[in-house]
Design a protein. Structure first.
Length: 82
């Protein structure tokens, strides 16, 4: 699904990175204290997600240059092609 959304330009990995980064900042997840060791691991994981998504997006964009996009029919859109 992610690849289709990205091909259609709905949301891309960069959009997800921006959204996650905004929420992490807004909720101040990196500033939480008093967490268990498991909570600290999860905190680190979530705080690293935006950077990870951006790396994945870069890889995807580099791959995308080599891949031919084949139009696909979507019956729920009155047989329109993407």
């Amino acid at each position: 699904i992610f690849q289709w959304a990205q091909r259609l330009g709905v949301y891309t990995a960069l959009d997800y990175a921006d959204i996650i980064e905004h929420l992490v900042d807004h909720w101040k997840i990196g500033e939480l204290t008093g967490l268990s060791s498991e909570g600290e691991k999860e905190q680190e994981y979530i705080c690293r997600l935006p950077r990870r998504y951006r790396k994945l997006a870069e890889r995807s964009m580099n791959k995308k240059k080599d891949v031919e996009v084949v139009p696909q029919a979507f019956s729920w859109l009155f047989n329109r092609k993407a």
